[in-house]
Design a protein around this ligand. Sequence first.
Ligand code: SF4
Ligand code: SF4
Length: 340
Amino acid sequence: MDELLLPEPFSGGLILSYKCNSHCRHCMYACSPRFKGDWISERDAERILVQLADKVRESPLGPDKIGVNYGLHFTGGEPFLNFDLLLKVTEMARGLRIPSTFVETNSFWCINDDVTRDKLTELRDAGLHGILVSVNPFLLEYVPFERTERAVRIGGEVFGENVIVYQTFFYHQFKRLGFRGSLLFDEYLRTAGIEGLSYVELLPMGRACYRLGDLYRKYPAERFFGESCRAELTRPWHIHIDNYGNYIAGYCGGISLGDARDLSSLRKVDLSDKPVLRALVTDLRRLYELGVEEFGYKERKAGYISKCHLCVDVRRHIAQQTDMFKELSPREFYLHLDGE
Ligand code: SF4
Ligand code: SF4
């Protein structure tokens, strides 16, 4: 089995940069202020958008409406750190008639009503269809809640119903508790309790494996042997393409299926020169064995919260020792996971 057949993607996000003003504990892509400030070039963005244009599916409600798993979103890192680029890629998407476009933001830049309204109006006038506003206690450590509220309120004025609040549970919880300013996570837990976290989707992958491990039960590596990630790695919805051109399946940060600047080359991914990827589509045990036998990986005594924890921990260990695996990309992802 030396080829992986990838279906054409029909929804996803363009990661403009991994640079972010925040360093959230749960970040799947290990974004951070410490990440190199590389931004996608206009040339690469255009090459990618041109190829996505006839593949991206509109929301079931129409091309001018948005949905998390439809259309195309601009994301990061934090896209508003480079507003000019965000505007430029929005214009490109409009020129290519890409449906259901939205930007994902942590709202740090919503410092007052005028700035917020001006930027969102400019984006709407450039062709953007909507906005997704992130709300959760990890982000609250960095972004004052009133900025989030402002993004939601003015987002509604500018984009109407095309505002996704992710996640609404936290938005209402923070409002109910009268939060103002930012809040450390420990303080959040003392005030709101831990129960709320069990109501929402919290993906145990990326940095969360290291920074939120205490919230989860842990298991030995063996528990995840026999599992393959073929389904996750070949899903055609909510894929990501980063500023280096890496094609990233779903939420599997740090794993590149290849160069999305040549999307047609990815219909069949050659696995013969990508042993890590080949192991992942076969059996997680293979990745573990590769780590142990060739790179001296040692099982974590404390265990793993999920298969993604095992996966990212072995990959991180390998990436620290060699750059021979081109599928472990971008390499900087592995520097910002906060693993010990
Ligand atoms: S989760 Fe979002 S806001 Fe937080 S570090 Fe990652 S990209 Fe930035
Ligand atoms: S185990 Fe690895 S490849 Fe599989 S879904 Fe998790 S991060 Fe992706």
